[in-house]
Design a protein around this ligand. Structure first.
Ligand code: SIN
Ligand code: FE2
Length: 223
């Protein structure tokens, strides 16, 4: 268990499940390069509201960079090599984003993370993400690295069963969450984002989620 530091005025520290680490402010150094890289991706692959398999538009707007992109439509949830909106490959994963995620994973105890995909989520005030598992990836050994920017949010981190009550984890601009191992398939989500004005990003929260979607290269003996 790791102690969690709190927003000013909040009471007792929360214990975090083992396998989950919160790295407060980890993305702050170098944030301008990170924001520039995100802007480059958005130029090639703008945010869009995908629909659920049931046909309802999601409140969170999304795009991707990397070898594959996570998509949702009437056919279900999956990874696709092309952006369905443009028909082009997703923009490549910028080195600054990749390196930040690899460093965060290492700091959290997950050595040699080799992410190949990055989902970018945009939350306007009121947008939320209901509890779900990330299980469309082929490699479930690799951790998940989740970078939060802009407006604060409350991350909900539950158990391996949907019915388990989630812990509420406050996230601020620059915080990074890493989870894997025994909690790689934990249910998680985001409570509705409160309205506000972030000094750098305005009225939005941006989240980057890096994962290993394709099978990892086999490890060579002696390397
Ligand atoms: C997600 O689980 O895909 C979103 C996480 C977040 O926005 O913090
Ligand atoms: Fe998720």
């Amino acid at each position: 268990m790791h102690e969690l530091d709190l927003f000013p005025g909040e009471s007792a520290p929360l214990p975090l499940p083992s396998g989950l680490r919160r790295l407060a402010g980890f993305a702050l150094p170098g944030q301008e390069a990170l924001l520039a890289a995100i802007a480059g991706v958005l130029n090639a692959a703008p945010f869009r509201h995908m629909s659920t398999p049931g046909g309802r538009p999601m409140s969170v707007a999304m795009t991707n960079c990397g070898a594959l992109g996570w998509i949702s439509d009437r056919l279900g949830y999956r990874y696709a090599a092309h952006d369905p909106q443009s028909g082009q490959s997703w923009p490549p994963l910028p080195a600054v984003i990749r390196e930040l995620a690899v460093a965060a994973a290492e700091q959290a105890g997950y050595a040699a993370f080799d992410p190949d995909v990055c989902l970018i989520n945009r939350y306007a005030p009121g947008a939320r993400m209901s509890l779900h598992q990330d299980r469309d990836e082929r490699d479930l050994q690799a951790p998940i690295v989740s970078i939060s920017l802009g407006l604060p949010a409350v991350f909900l981190f539950g158990g391996l069963q949907r019915r388990e009550r989630p812990v509420r984890i406050p996230l601020r601009h620059g915080d990074v969450l890493v989870w894997g191992g025994p909690v790689r398939l934990a249910y998680h989500g985001v409570a509705p984002v409160q309205d506000g004005q972030h000094p750098r990003l305005g009225r939005e929260r941006i989240n980057l989620t890096l994962r290993r979607a394709r099978e990892s290269a086999p490890k060579l003996n002696g390397s």
